[in-house]
Design a binder for this molecule. Structure first.
Ligand code: S3P
Length: 427
C-alpha cells in the first residue's frame, strides 16, 4: 500500500466496523447458549471468521450475511458441542485460541487447536497452566505453552487464581471454563483488563461478581440466547482519532463507537497531550457504553505512560507511539512488556519502522522512548504481518514527506477490512 503525505485535513462522518472482542465473545457465548443469538454489526474480519469456523467444526449452525454484517448463531447449549473431526484453526487470532481453550476445557472430548506462524510463537501457558489446575489435560510443545495444543476437557473444579498478567484473554478463558467447573471460579488480575466477557455474561443472564480486580463466576446448567448489537471498535477508531488530531484542518465524527472505560485509555492520554476530542450522544447498548467521537486537529505535547493504564490501551500503543513522534518533547512508555508477545513484537516493530521514517525511537525492556516533533520523511516500511503496525504506520505515512510504502499491508483485514478505502475517502 502506498500512503501519500496528507495535503488537507480528514473530514466527514466515519463508520467503523464492529468491535473485535465483542464479536468473538458473541459467537462463543451464542454457541453455548440455549436458543438463537442474532448479532448485528458483527466484525467480518478474518479473526472473527476464524472463531465462527471453529464453532462450525463443533456442529454449531451459524449463518453469516456479510453484506448486512449480521450473524445468527443457533446455540447448542453448554453441553451440545460435538467433538471436532478436524484440527481447529484460529488463524492469527489470540483471542480465539485462548478463550476457546476455556470452553474446550469443559467439554468431555479431545480437540486439537492451532493457528498461523504468529500464533505458534505466542505464549499459551498463561491459560493452559490454570486450566490444568482446574482439571483439563493439555499437551503441546514447551509444556503446553506453544500451539498446536491438544486438550481433553471435562469435570473441572473451580479455582481461586491470581493471574501474573493483566490479560482479558486469560481472565475470559477462566471465566468460560468456570461456567463448567464445580463450585466457584475466581480470577484476580494485577490491573483491570477489558471486561467485555463479564458484561456479556450478565447480558446472557449468567451471574458474575466483580470486586475491584477480582471476578467470580459459578457453574450454570444452562443460559438463554440474547441478541447483540456490536458497537464500533474503539481500537479501530483509534487510527482515525490520532490521524485527525495530527493532520491540520481535520474535523471528523466517528459514529457508534464502544467507549467501555476498560478500552479508552488512549483518550485519557491524548487529553493529557492536548488533543481536542469530544464524546457525543453517549448511550448504552446491550450493557456496553457507546458514543460518537468528534475530533479536531490539535498540537500535542509529550507525556509519560505506565502502570494501571497500560491494559486500558494495550492495543493502542502502536498508534500512540505515532502520536508521540509528532508531539513536542520526549514521551516515555513503560510497563508495556506484554507488547512483545502480541501478533508481533510491537515494541521493536514500532521502533524499527518509525526510525525508517526518520523518527527517534528507542526500545527499552518494557516500553519505548520517543523523541517527538520530527518532520518525518518517506520510506519503505514493513507491517511485520501485524494489522495494528500496518495501520499505525499508515497514519505516520500521512504525516511523512513524500510517499510511504507499507509492505504486507493486507494483514489489516484481520481486524479492519476496508481500512485503506475508508481512510482515502475522508482525506
Ligand atoms: C483481547 C484482549 C487483549 C488484546 C487483544 C484482544 C480480548 O489481549 O490485546 O487484541 O478480546 O480479550 P490480552 O488481554 O491478552 O492483553
Amino acid at each position: 500500500m502506498i500512503i501519500r503525505e496528507a495535503t488537507k485535513g480528514l473530514k466527514g462522518i466515519i463508520r467503523i466496523p464492529g468491535d473485535k472482542s465483542v464479536s468473538h465473545r458473541a459467537v462463543m457465548l451464542g454457541s453455548i447458549a440455549e436458543g438463537i443469538t442474532a448479532i448485528d454489526g458483527f466484525l467480518m474480519g478474518q479473526d472473527c471468521i476464524s472463531t465462527i469456523n471453529c464453532f462450525r467444526k463443533m456442529g454449531v449452525k451459524i449463518d453469516v450475511d456479510k453484506t448486512r454484517n449480521r450473524v445468527v448463531v443457533y446455540g447448542k447449549g453448554l453441553y451440545g458441542l460435538k467433538p471436532p473431526e478436524q484440527v481447529l484453526d484460529v488463524g492469527n487470532s489470540g483471542t480465539t485460541i485462548r478463550l476457546l481453550l476455556g470452553i474446550l476445557a469443559g467439554q468431555p472430548f479431545t480437540a486439537e487447536i492451532t493457528g498461523d506462524d504468529s500464533i505458534k510463537r505466542r505464549p499459551m501457558a498463561r491459560v493452559t497452566k490454570p486450566l490444568k489446575l482446574m482439571g483439563a489435560e493439555i499437551y503441546g510443545r514447551d509444556d503446553a505453552n506453544l500451539a498446536p495444543l491438544k486438550i481433553k476437557g471435562g469435570r473441572l473444579k473451580g479455582i481461586d487464581y491470581k493471574s501474573p498478567v493483566a490479560s482479558a484473554q486469560v481472565k475470559s478463558c477462566l471465566l468460560l471454563a468456570g461456567l463448567y467447573a464445580e463450585g466457584e471460579t475466581k480470577v484476580t488480575e494485577p490491573a483491570k483488563s477489558r471486561d467485555h466477557t463479564e458484561r456479556m455474561l450478565e447480558h446472557f443472564g449468567c451471574p458474575v461478581t466483580v470486586e475491584g480486580n477480582t471476578v467470580k463466576v459459578r457453574r450454570v446448567d444452562s443460559f438463554t440466547a440474547a441478541d447483540i448489537v456490536v458497537p464500533g471498535d474503539f481500537s479501530s477508531a483509534a487510527f482515525f482519532i490520532v490521524a485527525a488530531t495530527l493532520i491540520p484542518d481535520s474535523h471528523i465524527i466517528i459514529e457508534e463507537v464502544g467507549i467501555n472505560p476498560t478500552r479508552t485509555g488512549l483518550l485519557d492520554v491524548l487529553y493529557r497531550m492536548g488533543a481536542k476530542i469530544r464524546l457525543r450522544n453517549k448511550r448504552v447498548k446491550n450493557n456496553e457504553p457507546v458514543a460518537d467521537i468528534e475530533v479536531v486537529s490539535s498540537k500535542l505535547k509529550s507525556t509519560e505512560i505506565g502502570g494501571e493504564i497500560i491494559p486500558r490501551l494495550i492495543d493502542e500503543i502502536p498508534i500512540l507511539s505515532v502520536a508521540a513522534a509528532f508531539a513536542e518533547g520526549t514521551t516515555v512508555i513503560k510497563d508495556a512488556a506484554e507488547l512483545k508477545v502480541k501478533e508481533s513484537n510491537r515494541l521493536s516493530a514500532m521502533a524499527a519502522e518509525l526510525n525508517k521514517l526518520g523518527g527517534e525511537v528507542t526500545e527499552t525492556d518494557d516500553g519505548l522512548i520517543i523523541k517527538g516533533r520530527k518532520q518525518l520523511h518517506s520510506a519503505e516500511v514493513e507491517s511485520h504481518n501485524d494489522h495494528r503496525i500496518a495501520m499505525a504506520m499508515s497514519v505516520a505515512g500521512l504525516k511523512a514527506r513524500g510517499e510511504t510504502v507499507i509492505k504486507g499491508s493486507e494483514c489489516v483485514s484481520v481486524s479492519f477490512p476496508g481500512y485503506f478505502s475508508i481512510l482515502q475517502k475522508h482525506i
